[in-house]
Design a protein. Structure first.
Length: 223
């Protein structure tokens, strides 16, 4: 199967499975999305969605956030992990938004990447989901599925993003970013994955994937 044929199969399958695409992180505007995505680093979206209602009840704008102390922010976001660094970043980026952008989140990738705690993936998610700009943010689900489906070498997320952008049409990037995440969570997990039962892997998978699974099951059965 060629890369172009794989792309069509993936897009058709994901469109059928996820015609309506929910956004994993709860938010109300670009600022609350930015904070939520920052909090999601090395943390599940479920946990972030449990924490942000409390945080945003206290401060849902840069103006309100800078009135809080870093310690107060840290106490609220502690369940998300890395709270010392994340609380400092949230406080400082809120100050910078007020100082440089009149309290608004800039709709500019490079400007976002200058904010504390905001890397390329976080900035790309905000550009995609808050401003509708075509982006292909690569999280752990997308990175491993791109490798599993032989769309990329899996060497690093930068290479994976480049390969995926070259594989799929630009107008599909934003939807595919979310659809692949949901597919990875629902059907194609990192552990305990059965390629025979996975609709896409069963049609796209490498022979080695099935051999590895067969060997694993044989060991479990004592074969």
């Amino acid at each position: 199967m060629t890369r172009a044929e794989k792309a069509v199969l993936i897009m058709d399958t994901l469109e059928r499975l996820y015609p309506e695409i929910p956004v994993p992180l709860d938010h109300t505007d670009p600022y609350t999305l930015l904070v939520a995505v920052l909090l999601s680093a090395q943390c599940t979206d479920v946990r972030v969605n449990q924490v942000t209602p409390h945080l945003f009840a206290e401060a849902a704008t840069p103006e309100e956030m800078v009135q809080m102390s870093v310690e107060d922010i840290k106490a609220i976001i502690r369940p998300c992990g890395l709270s010392p660094a994340k609380s400092k970043a949230i406080h400082r980026l809120s100050e910078m938004l007020l100082e440089n952008y009149n309290g608004q989140v800039p709709a500019d990738l490079m400007a976002l990447e200058t904010l504390p705690g905001v890397g390329h993936k976080t900035a790309s998610v905000v550009m995609s989901q808050a401003f509708g700009e075509p982006m292909f943010p690569v999280d752990t689900h997308i990175h491993r599925l791109a490798y599993r489906w032989k769309l990329s070498t899996g060497k690093n997320v930068t290479k994976t993003e480049k390969d995926l952008k070259a594989t799929f049409h630009r107008e599909r990037w934003n939807d595919l970013h979310l659809q692949i995440i949901w597919y990875g969570r629902d059907y194609c997990p990192a552990r305990g994955h059965n390629p025979y039962d996975c609709e896409l892997c069963s049609r796209l998978g490498r022979a080695t994937m099935f051999k590895e699974y067969d060997r694993m099951m044989a060991r479990r059965l004592g074969g």
